[in-house]
Design a protein around this ligand. Structure first.
Ligand SMILES: Nc1ncnc2c1ncn2[C@@H]1O[C@H](COP(=O)(O)OP(=O)(O)OP(=O)(O)O)[C@@H](O)[C@H]1O
Ligand SMILES: [Mg+2]
Length: 271
């Protein structure tokens, strides 16, 4: 699908895309988790998680440390196995391994807290690598795509440098471009700004807000409430491996229902 087609299909406003998820006529969710459970030894890190994310929807996941947010992201990208339940991406169940898994992983872009760029490859090579190796794209085409994505995230002029020559904020934007180069259907972000110096946080959040506006389906673990207010259709609050509550951002931040959420918001708002 061309970007433009994707835009026009998924450009509805935040509220209408969230409403689409509740409509009986809505198309199947892009990401679907059904009764997902995961243990690490005795620790029940994901407890009966049910979650539907509609195409174009932006979901922010927040919650205390250790509540299972990263495990949830990693499970959706199959970096982590689950014990039982189902995870479907665009109606397809996650395959266990092999080529099919590689293809499906390409549908799910992921950006981590640390940028994980290849240190000895140029910025351009970091972005072309996936399209060349996994998508078998031609050299020229991959370069063109990479340059357009680097331009989009505002670092095209850094293309020939090595990652260490860039600021943290620039590296994280390259990581976003690299994930986008695989033309994912959904982007997962796990605390993408928490390792950044404060003055670099906004440049990364701005890139993400832009992506959301363009209709990208996103699941974002972040405590940046400004981002949640600006870009999220829905906030999901996790605690102890469970989704404790979920609501539109304004509703959640001004009127949290559970004591856990009230307590958590009290802590992050006051510090
Ligand atoms: N590979 C692992 N082996 C054992 N325990 C793990 C593993 N990964 C995570 N855990 C535990 O699972 C729980 C959930 O971890 P997870 O990283 O998903 O939490 P989180 O909500 O992302 O926390 P944070 O806000 O600190 O990033 C924690 O108690 C953690 O210690
Ligand atoms: Mg985490």
């Amino acid at each position: 699908m061309t970007r433009d087609a994707q835009h026009s299909e998924s450009m509805p406003t935040a509220s209408s895309s969230a409403a689409a998820g509740r409509s009986p006529h809505a198309t199947q969710p892009l990401v679907l988790l059904k009764d997902v459970n995961k243990h690490f030894g005795p620790l029940h890190v994901l407890q009966n998680i049910n979650l539907e994310v509609t195409k174009g929807e932006v979901v922010v996941v927040i919650g205390p440390s250790g509540s299972g947010k990263s495990t949830l992201c990693r499970a959706i990208n199959r970096l982590e196995t689950i014990d039982d339940g189902d995870i479907l991406i665009d109606g397809r169940k996650l395959p266990a391994e092999g080529k099919e898994l590689a293809n499906l992983r390409a549908d799910v872009g992921m950006v981590f807290q640390s940028f994980n760029l290849f240190a000895h490859k140029s910025i351009l090579e970091n972005v072309t690598l996936g399209p060349l190796k996994v998508k078998k794209m031609k050299n020229g085409e991959a370069k063109e795509l990479a340059m357009s994505l680097l331009k989009r995230v505002g670092v095209a002029n850094q293309a020939d440098k090595l990652p260490a020559q860039l600021s943290g904020g620039q590296q994280q934007r390259v990581a976003i471009a690299r994930a986008l180069a695989m033309k994912p259907k959904v982007m997962l972000f796990d605390e993408p700004t928490s390792a950044l110096d404060p003055e670099m946080i906004n440049e990364v959040l701005d890139t993400m807000v832009q992506l959301a506006k363009e209709g990208m389906t996103m699941i974002v673990v972040t405590h940046e409430m400004g981002f949640a207010r600006k870009a999220a259709d829905r906030v999901i609050f996790m605690a102890d491996g469970q989704i404790v509550e979920q609501a539109a951002p304004e509703e959640f931040f001004t009127n949290p229902k559970s004591d856990r959420a009230k307590d958590f918001l009290g802590k992050i708002l006051n510090h």
